[in-house]
Design a protein around this ligand. Sequence first.
Ligand SMILES: Nc1ncnc2c1ncn2[C@@H]1O[C@H](COP(=O)(O)OP(=O)(O)OP(=O)(O)O)[C@@H](O)[C@H]1O
Length: 232
Amino acid sequence: MDDLILATHDLQEQFTEKRVLNNLNFALHRGRFLSIVGENGVGKTTLVRIILGQLKPTHGSVEFFPSRKAIRIGYVPQFRNIDDEYPLSVKNFVALNFTHSLMPWLKPQERHRLTEVLAETDLTKLQNEPLGRTSGGEKQRAYLAQALTMQPDLLILDESTASLDPIAKEQLLRLVRKLNQQTGVTVISVTHDIPLAKQFSDDYLLLQPEGYQFGPIDQLQVSEYQGGEQHV
Ligand SMILES: Nc1ncnc2c1ncn2[C@@H]1O[C@H](COP(=O)(O)OP(=O)(O)OP(=O)(O)O)[C@@H](O)[C@H]1O
C-alpha cells in the first residue's frame, strides 16, 4: 500500500530465558496513532528497540517505506525525574537535539524551529525557566519538544505518561494527538493506560504472551487486556 510507513514481517526476539513477539506481523499507515498495550514483560519495549534499530530481531524484519533512511524517528522516553538543580533552561534543553546545541551557536533555521516547537508544546512562556524547577508534565513536554525538533515522520512514546498525574497524562496525549492530526506525524505510543489509548488512538496492538491482536482501537476489548502494572 502506498501510504504505509512500516510493516513487520514474522518478527521474533529470542532472549536467553524468554521469547517475545511470536511471529509479529502488522502494518502501520502514515498519519495513524497506534497504541501498543499488553502486560508487563510481553515485549513492548523490545518492539520499540527493534523499530529504533537498537536491537536486531532474532527472526523476521521491520520494513520501512520508502526506506529506513527516508524516515526520521523522534523518540520520547519514559518519564525520568530530573534533579531540581538541573542547570539548563527549558529552551536550552530542547535545543540539545540540534547539531549546534548551545544557544549562541544555533543556526538561524534552528532558532526558528526551536521557537516553533516551544510554541507547539506550550512551552513558550516557560522557555527560560530552569528545567529542574518545572512540573513533571512540563518536563515531559520538553522531552516531546526535543523529539519534535527534527520534524519526525514517526514519533515513538515509550510509556511517556507513566508517573505523570492523571491531568498531565491527558494533557500530554491530547497534545500529541493534536500534533498528529495537524502535521500528519505518525505516532506509536506504548502505554498501560487503556482509557487514554481509547480516547486518543486510531489503532491498537495488543501483545500477549502467546500472540497478539492488531486493529482499530474501538475493537480493543478492555476485558482482553490482562492488566499490566497500572502506573499512576
Ligand atoms: N536484553 C535482554 N536480555 C534478556 N532479556 C531481556 C532483555 N530485554 C528484555 N528482556 C526480557 O524480555 C521480556 C520483554 O521485555 P520488554 O521490556 O520488552 O517488556 P515490556 O512489555 O516493555 O514490559 P513493561 O510493561 O514492564 O515495560 C522481559 O521478560 C524482559 O526481562
